[in-house]
Design a protein around this ligand. Structure first.
Ligand SMILES: [Zn+2]
Ligand SMILES: [Zn+2]
Length: 190
């Protein structure tokens, strides 16, 4: 009979442990598992790494951006996926719903660090232009939004209203200024 340390975890419930980043060192694997090689399989657009039933934190999910679901930056599961791919393991498919780069049309991949805090837009990087293309596209979108809907709070009698651009960060404004200058030769900061 097998006794598991953790209450049986199914594929969907590991998420709950995401908030507690836990380094997954060798020490966490029981002695009798020191020669154990974690099994790697493709699950959706990610890799499922199984450290075996002897491991406290058994299942890890590594995405194509080399991030592990456990939150540890140097999780062993990330290495396991690298070895697995080097050994010729099947690659996970590219996530659908990540549209091609709007700047150059190359593939993009998720980058959670650039998820919009307020806009809930998904962060990404371009495989060719990297983060630059993400920022270019973002500036482009902000500019378009501004042109279509410049008012956050429209003016009313006796109230001047609040324009969206008054609430933007200087980085965003600077990016837009640069774009306007490149496209029209007009320097808004001059
Ligand atoms: Zn992990
Ligand atoms: Zn691009």
């Amino acid at each position: 009979m097998k006794t598991e340390l953790a209450p049986s975890r199914t594929a969907g419930t590991v998420r709950s442990s995401q908030g507690i980043p836990k380094p997954h060192g060798r020490a966490m694997i029981r002695e009798d598992f020191t020669v154990f090689t974690p099994s790697v399989s493709v699950q959706g657009y990610q890799y499922l790494v199984d450290f075996g039933s002897g491991s406290e934190h058994r299942f890890h999910r590594v995405n194509k951006n080399k991030e592990c679901s456990c939150g540890a930056a140097y999780c062993e599961a990330i290495d396991a996926v690298r070895f697995y791919l080097q050994a010729g393991g099947a690659r996970a498919p590219d996530p659908e719903g990540m549209p091609p780069c709007p700047i150059c049309g190359s593939k993009t991949y998720r980058d959670r660090n650039w998820d919009g805090k307020y806009t809930k837009e998904l962060g990404w990087r371009c495989t060719k232009g990297g983060l630059r293309h993400f920022l270019d596209a973002k500036a482009e979108r902000i500019k378009k939004n501004l042109a279509e809907n410049p008012w956050l709070i429209p003016p009313a009698p006796g109230y001047p209203g609040v324009r969206r651009d008054e609430l933007m960060t200087w980085e965003e404004c600077e990016a837009i200024s640069r774009k306007v200058f490149l496209e029209t030769g007009y320097d808004p900061t001059a």
